[in-house]
Design a protein around this ligand. Structure first.
Ligand code: SAM
Length: 275
């Protein structure tokens, strides 16, 4: 694609265009996202969120409806000024790129951001969430959105987690992906961080003996959540200062991971949140 300059506009009507193929690859395969460091986010709201938060943008594809939309045109002008290639595409091409019958009017390709353990310096009222091997992209996206809603500092992805830059995860964040820092860390790095954490390190656990409403959570708080199938690994649980449980009635074995995270987060942040 050396003949195409970034910061310019290109019209695309063919499904076999190399940029269309590149975007389809980013939607379909983690391998392509990891190798390129890029990801796809659908929709005008996510484009305006990404641009306002200063994320790097490689391509901004505009469908036919975006041509008369002033917000979309403004996003395109901002992206172009930052060096993005603006793609004017047909609805059919937009559908093919995103594998959706009713595609959004704007689709962006952005540069991934990922922190590591050395970037995490908890202080003040910071609230981090650590996820042990989260598997479901919808759960991950929903948790990122909820962490944003409670003013959390970030989310640590411990061990082999689902890709936060998968289209399903990005979709579920509803734009919060662009506001919540993410860190990829190993289990050993988690244990080291938990060991020197200055505030409460609370793990939710089905064998926890502490009602999640009773601790006096000391800031900064680290909330730790287990894997959807296997729960939290024993050695990770041992690295936490308290194991909290959300009481249940009825026959459900457990709560959904994202629901349990939301319930715990709102209790932990109770004193920081008001209408
Ligand atoms: N079979 C798994 C187990 O034995 O832990 C169930 C995991 S549950 C679907 C996923 C995660 O959500 C758990 O590891 C825990 O972090 C949290 N969770 C779900 N329900 C909970 C509850 N009632 N109390 C505390 N944590 C809960």
């Amino acid at each position: 694609m050396s003949e195409i300059r970034q910061g310019s506009v290109k019209q695309i009507t063919s499904h076999s265009n190399p940029i269309v193929k590149e975007i389809k690859g980013l939607v379909a395969q983690r391998k392509h996202r990891s190798q390129s460091g890029l990801f796809v986010a659908e929709g005008l709201k996510l484009a305006t969120d990404a641009l306002a938060a200063g994320w790097g943008v490689r391509y901004l594809a505009l469908g036919t409806e975006a041509r008369d939309n002033p917000v979309a045109q403004k996003a395109a002008a901002t992206a172009k000024a930052r060096g993005a290639l603006i793609l004017e595409v047909s609805t059919a091409v937009m559908s093919a790129m995103t594998r959706k019958d009713n595609p959004q009017m704007v689709v962006g390709v952005y540069e991934q951001r990922m922190l590591s353990a050395k970037d995490i310096h908890p202080s003040g009222a910071a609230l981090w969430v650590a996820l042990d091997r989260v598997r479901d992209p919808g759960n991950l996206g929903t948790i990122i959105r909820t962490v944003d809603a409670v003013g959390g500092a970030g989310v640590m992805l411990v061990g082999d987690c689902t890709d936060p830059f998968a289209v399903e995860a990005v979709r579920a964040t509803m734009g919060s992906l662009f506001h919540v820092p993410l860190a990829k860390i190993s289990k050993d790095e988690f244990k080291a961080l938990a060991g020197k954490w200055p505030g409460t390190v609370a793990a939710t656990h089905l064998k926890g003996s502490v009602d999640y409403r009773s601790p006096d959570y000391t800031d900064p708080v680290l909330l730790v959540m287990g894997n959807e199938q296997q729960g939290l690994e024993d050695d990770m649980a041992a690295a936490c200062s308290t194991l909290i449980r959300i009481p249940q009635a009825g026959q459900a074995d457990s709560l959904n991971l994202a629901v349990a995270t939301g319930i715990a987060l709102y209790e932990i942040r109770r004193k920081h949140l008001e209408l």
